[in-house]
Design a protein around this ligand. Structure first.
Ligand SMILES: [Zn+2]
Length: 389
């Protein structure tokens, strides 16, 4: 999400924030019906060898298992031809569909019996203005990124939401291998970030049943990462008129001594094993927390998580800088990295996309916005999009 001026204006039209503690939360077993746990005879796919996932419900003993393909396809299973991504060109989606703030994730599809990329993001329903009241997802097999399929609406708050908010900003989704389930964090403007769980990557996520809710102000454009069953939620927070009213943000930004730029920072919440317990937060980490250089975090943070190839945790974000004419602009996609997710220190990696701001022409402003990289078929692909207004 960009366009905060519009957002702040819209805020005055909305109802008062819903207090998280008033809301009913649901344990995953109450939503999914079972408490499936990964068994020790399971193993994950490698590039060249398939995997096995075996689950037993800790509650009722129900069990199932399934095999997964090697991660890298040499031949296209549908055509028998060598994999060729030559037909994968932009735009990926039909011209009537708008899913910006893209957070693509690679998951095994039990229905299709193949690795697929699922694209999560905001949904510019009208195509004329940003965001809307539902999320949709699209998917494509990793061996043919030109073959996108509509997976339908995965969350809908058009008729109102149990957890507040009237518009949905940028979401994110993560797979929990330990329980074979999918978690989605939605940004329900301007009330809360809401965590829900489903048994399929295409949801649907039950609007009325949340696992956890967090402050909208500290988890702007939230992102989710799950490691060994532990859920981490991150979001951008700003030293601005809206966020400065949040005591936590104020204390953190002040303590961190950020006086340059806009004092943006981000937060990572490590959730409790049972996120419905109390505020659900096990640990909080503010970042960046080491280098006193201007790190222009603006919005759209994306916690990539641990990158095996690099041996570090990666964190992407949309940066903002002030131009020569004094106006702020989204200047690119930057990244931070660390060896220790919750303790840091985080190191500034500068902008990852060069030249992603485009000259305006005929009254249009065009800026780079929101990106995340993912691994598919031995390639790291950086997703980002341009906003034209
Ligand atoms: Zn069960």
């Amino acid at each position: 999400m960009k366009r905060m001026v519009l957002g702040l204006f819209a805020a005055s039209l909305f109802s008062l924030p819903v207090m998280a503690e008033e809301l009913t939360l649901y344990k995953p077993i109450d939503i999914l019906g079972h408490d499936y746990q990964l068994q020790e005879d399971s193993y994950e796919s490698t590039d060249t060898a398939g995997g096995l996932r075996h689950y037993v419900c800790a509650d009722c003993g129900d069990e199932y298992s399934y095999e997964t393909d090697p991660l890298v396809y040499v031949t296209n299973p549908k055509t028998g031809e060598p994999v060729d991504q030559a037909n994968c060109v932009n735009p990926l989606l039909p011209d009537w569909e708008h899913v910006p703030d893209g957070e693509p994730q690679v998951y095994w599809s039990k229905e299709d019996k193949e690795w697929r990329v699922y694209l999560y993001g905001s949904h510019d329903q009208s195509g004329e203005s940003f965001c809307g009241t539902d999320y949709v997802t699209w998917s494509a097999p990793v061996y043919d990124l030109s073959d996108w399929r509509y997976e339908g609406v995965i969350l809908d708050i058009t008729d109102g939401s149990t957890y507040g908010g009237q518009v949905l900003y940028a979401p994110d989704c993560a797979y929990d291998l330990q329980t074979d389930s999918y978690y989605m964090i939605s940004n329900q403007v301007f009330d809360a970030s809401v965590l829900r769980v489903a048994s399929s990557p295409a949801g649907p996520f039950d609007e009325t049943k949340a696992v956890w809710t967090g402050s909208f102000k500290t988890t702007y454009d939230p992102s989710i990462y799950i490691e060994n069953g532990t859920i981490y939620i991150t979001g951008a927070c700003r030293k601005t008129e809206e966020s400065i009213t949040d005591a936590d943000v104020f204390a953190a930004v002040t303590a961190d001594g950020f006086t340059e730029g806009k004092g943006q920072m981000a937060v990572i919440y490590q959730l409790k094993e049972d996120p419905t317990e109390g505020d659900g937060i096990e640990k909080i980490s503010w970042l960046p927390n080491d280098e006193r250089i201007f790190t222009p975090i603006y919005e759209g943070p994306s916690l990539y998580g641990f990158c095996e190839d690099l041996g570090v945790y990666l964190y992407l974000y949309v940066s903002v800088e002030t131009g020569a004419d004094g106006t702020d602009y989204n200047s690119g996609i930057g990244y931070l990295w660390t060896d220790d997710l919750m303790e840091g220190p985080w190191h500034y990696g500068s902008n990852g996309v060069e030249g992603d701001t485009v000259e305006s022409e005929e009254g249009q402003s065009i800026v780079g916005n929101h990106g995340i990289e993912f691994n598919a078929h031995q390639s790291v692909i950086l997703f980002y999009f341009f906003v034209c207004s």
